[in-house]
Design a protein around this ligand. Sequence first.
Ligand code: 5GP
Length: 140
Amino acid sequence: MTTYDPDNIFAKILRGDIPCHKVYEDDAALVFMDVMPQSPGHTLVVPKAPSRNLLDADPAVLAKMVPLVQKIAIAAKAAFNADGITLWQFNEPAGGQTVFHLHYHVIPRYEGQPLRAHAGKMEDAEVLKANAAKLKAALG
Ligand code: 5GP
């Protein structure tokens, strides 16, 4: 299937049908912790407008996302004392995508530390909660 599925997991989170560790919300986007972080503080920036990925997204929505991704990246680098940030955005299964609602990964990185597996191990809820609070505080 290459159409948008309104029952994908992020659509359910956006509707409030499934909980998340929320960091930030505005009219255009919801930002929350990845439940299977590849590095401590791994965060997802998710536009509210439905699109499967970058390939079918409205350019007007995309234009709003990068400034927000930048804001989250700057705050995450500070909040998690990271040496750098990896930004990822996957499109279609062959491109590594596993959840089919457009999103950006903001991943704190540390010198010499490889990433954990993509969508690998579920993090403890208390850790996710604490990390969401740290990032929220850094956003001010
Ligand atoms: P993709 O492969 O589509 O770029 O990444 C999907 C991401 O969503 C993965 O990093 C995975 O860990 C994360 N993820 C999958 N299910 C859930 C969920 O129910 N809640 C949250 N917060 N993240 C999820």
